[in-house]
Ligand binder design. Structure first.
Ligand code: NAD
Ligand code: UDP
Length: 308
């Protein structure tokens, strides 16, 4: 197949491009390089099955493709808050442009949604049926509400125009090709520990997240995209749940060194807990994560050692 990946030079996008090329497909990657890096895809540039296009998804684009994975959107809070209005445009216009292309070409189109649609969840763990607890006017809203509107658009294009859609709700994912200055917790802690700097825990560190290794996530993407039973939204994530204090301690143990744990103010609207209910992924996709946190962190630490 010929497959379009928006945001293909980013952390998840570049890992997905590798997987799709490895499976024998042709890949067109479009990216505006806001948070993505050429180095993530440099090894693919000589591959005749790979094509890179610098383009912003808020502007329309035309390609003849069989499948579309829409990943273009900054994902870390400092990056999506840098230009909040642009983040909303990227989510909403990017979704409309992908859906319009899918409508014309009859390509199947996949939306990278997020556990952020659950906001600061009052139900724990979070099943897909939970409608969420999202602040519509806070500093995370540009991302959370942008992604929620994108889900709405996907469902409406599906109901109204029979566009063939898939929606995944991604829970915190980590691994090689995260940007060292990305600002997300796993990259921050590893880079800080490797540089011997203080490990910055926001708040008291009792908030929880569930961390999925990138290879497991990409396997879930491909399974969701290539089955015919469900459109989603479907949760993909690792149900192992850790406090940020635990994550700091595990990272320090694995990296070694003399870093100290320090506390910094908790950003507004920071969700207190998050853990996916993956019953649907298990039953429909026969998917579950295979990489334990310590193993995934070791691989990620090895990657960051080559970067800094
Ligand atoms: P990332 O920042 O590494 O990748 C995003 C990519 O999109 C980058 O290459 C960036 O340059 C590109 N991009 C941003 N705005 C664009 C625009 N207007 N036009 C074209 N390209 C644009 O982040 P990631 O972790 O790889 O996330 C990929 C997708 O997965 C995002 O949609 C994100 O919301 C979603 N997601 C990721 C996670 C996670 O834990 N990694 C969790 C939930 C959802
Ligand atoms: N966090 C932290 N120290 C950091 C970066 C993040 O304690 O240096 C916390 C953050 O406040 C949040 C959790 O780690 O509670 C996960 O943050 P991240 O930005 O990775 O993802 P998200 O909040 O979007 O799930």
């Amino acid at each position: 197949m010929r497959i379009l990946v928006t945001g293909g030079a980013g952390f998840l996008g570049s890992n997905l491009c590798d997987r799709l090329l490895g499976d024998g497909h042709e890949v067109i990657c479009i990216d505006n390089f806001f948070t993505g890096r050429k180095s993530n895809i440099a090894h693919l540039l000589g591959n005749p099955s790979f094509e890179l296009v610098r383009h912003d998804v808020i502007d329309p684009f035309k390609f003849e493709v069989d499948q579309i994975y829409n990943l273009a959107c900054p994902a870390s809070p400092p990056h999506y808050q840098y230009n909040a209005i642009k983040t909303v445009k990227t989510s909403v216009m990017g979704a409309i442009n992908c859906l319009g292309l899918a409508k014309r070409t009859k390509a199947r189109v996949f939306q990278a949604s997020t556990s952020e649609v659950y906001g600061d969840p009052a139900i724990h763990p979070q099943p897909e049926s939970y409608w969420g607890n999202v602040n519509p006017i806070g500093i995370r809203s540009c991302y959370d509400e942008g992604k929620r509107v994108a889900e709405t658009l996907f469902m409406d294009y599906h109901r109204q125009n029979q566009v063939d859609i898939r929606i995944v709700r991604i829970f915190n994912t980590y691994g090689p090709r995260m940007h060292p200055d990305d600002g997300r917790v796993v990259s921050n802690f590893i880079v800080q520990a490797l540089k011997g700097q203080d490990i910055t825990i926001y708040g008291d560190g009792t908030q929880t997240r569930s961390f999925c290794y990138v290879d497991d996530l990409i396997e879930g993407f491909v399974r969701l995209m290539n089955q015919n039973e469900v459109t989603g939204p479907i949760n993909i994530g690792n149900p192992g749940e850790f406090t940020m204090l635990q994550l700091a301690e595990i990272t320090l143990k694995l990296v070694g060194g003399k870093s100290k744990i320090v506390h910094r103010p908790l950003p507004n609207d920071d969700p207190k807990q998050r853990r996916p209910d993956i019953t649907q992924a298990r039953s429909v996709l026969k998917w579950e994560p295979t990489v334990q946190l310590e193993d995934g962190l070791k691989r990620t630490i090895a990657y960051f050692k080559t970067q800094i």
